[in-house]
Design a protein around this ligand. Structure first.
Ligand code: PBG
Length: 366
């Protein structure tokens, strides 16, 4: 170790000598990668002048095939009910789904994720695991329209229960709480029923402990060993879900979801534990949700589990806030949407669930 006076001398010599370091033994050493030559030898703008060079060195490239479109399906015929807080998105009846699926195929999107809005809600959300439920009808219609289009289903109870929570509820500490283990059995039934209807991927979003394992064994027990699970592994109790709850009519009648979804104020380590546990239970793909306020989480998951397909949900509130600003003329929707999607992919998510999927695919073609 050089003495502290020697160290001070080395530092001032480095400062003076600029490009090359003179090390303390008196020899020359190559510059470290963090100490490369500066201006004017290096000009970062050289690779930015020409559009074709920018394109050549671009690191993150969005592709329509990365994007998954969420769709809200209800009963009835010829129904296209606009969702006020999510301009351009509608609740549609099953008979109109085929049209959407054909557009998804033409645009080359990665697939769709379906959410069902049942006519009748009850305490256990029984429509969700009925083979004739809204989502099962929707899946059959989608697969009939274009079998090649990937159909995912959201596996949860909040749209189907009269209380709006993500499972069956009981009282604990004087408040309503979702009964974790009682919900697992019903989640298994729901997922198996989705698979029987033809779902290609099931995506549990309820943040119940043990949900992936319960669903895996229910799927396997019903002969669906080939159906992958995309787990919403790191899902935060976020206020950015507001518009979705209008769209899916799934606002809890009392309380909130903080007893099962993650606390936004918790360190990424907790998200990594959630992911690790879901992988151990058999998750094939992992999701982080929301996306934009959680890019750090996406990046941490990507780094720790490099081989696992990673999705991020660019949620309703993230969509609606840009839409609203664009409607006021304050932001350019196309530019900010593409920038947001690029940021999500750059953070490490190869699969992006987004309400811009169709628009983005068109923009990327232009
Ligand atoms: C639960 C579910 C939610 C979203 C997707 N799945 C809502 C919630 O947890 O309250 C939110 C998606 C969005 O905001 O776009 N079934």
């Amino acid at each position: 170790m050089p003495s502290s006076t020697t160290r001070a001398t080395i530092l001032s010599i480095r400062r003076l000598s600029g490009r090359r370091w003179i090390n303390y033994k008196g020899g020359m050493s190559d510059p470290s990668p963090n100490d490369r030559p500066g201006f004017p030898t290096t000009r970062m703008r050289r690779l930015r002048y020409h559009p074709a060079i920018r394109r050549l060195v671009q690191e993150t490239r969005l592709d329509a095939a990365d994007l998954v479109l969420p769709l809200f399906v209800r009963t009835g015929a010829g129904v296209r009910q606009p969702i006020a807080s999510m301009p351009g998105n509608d609740q549609i009846s099953v008979d109109l789904l085929g049209d959407e699926i054909r557009q998804v195929a033409d645009l080359g999107l990665g697939g769709v994720i379906l959410f069902g809005i049942p006519d009748e809600k009850d305490a256990t959300g029984s429509d969700s695991y009925s083979d004739d439920g809204i989502i099962q009808q929707a899946v059959r219609a989608a697969k009939d329209a274009v079998p090649e289009v990937l159909v995912m289903t959201d596996v949860c109870f909040c749209e189907y229960t009269d209380h709006g929570h993500c499972g069956v509820i009981h009282e604990r500490h004087g408040t309503v709480d979702v009964d974790n283990d009682a919900t697992l059995e019903l989640l298994g039934r729901q997922a198996a029923s989705h698979a029987r209807a033809g779902a290609d991927v099931v995506a549990p979003s309820g943040m119940m402990d043990g949900m992936v394992g319960a669903i895996r064994s229910a799927l396997d027990g019903d002969g669906h060993q080939h159906v992958p699970i995309l787990s919403y592994a790191a899902k935060y109790a976020s206020a950015f879900y507001g518009p979705f709850r209008d769209a899916a009519e799934s606002t809890p009648q009392s309380g909130d979801r903080r007893a099962y979804q993650m606390d936004p104020a918790c360190a990424a380590e907790q998200a990594l534990r959630e992911v690790e546990l879901d992988l151990a239970e058999g998750a094939d793909m992992i999701m982080v949700k929301p996306a934009l306020a959680y890019l750090d989480i996406i990046q941490r998951v990507r780094t720790k589990f490099p081989g696992v397909p990673l999705a991020a949900y660019n949620v309703s509130g993230e969509f609606s806030m840009l839409k609203a600003a664009a409607e006021k003329g304050w932001l350019d929707e196309r530019a900010t949407a593409l920038e947001s999607l690029t940021a999500i992919k750059r953070a490490g998510a190869g699969i992006i669930l987004t309400y811009w999927a169709k628009d983005a695919a068109k923009w990327l073609r232009e």
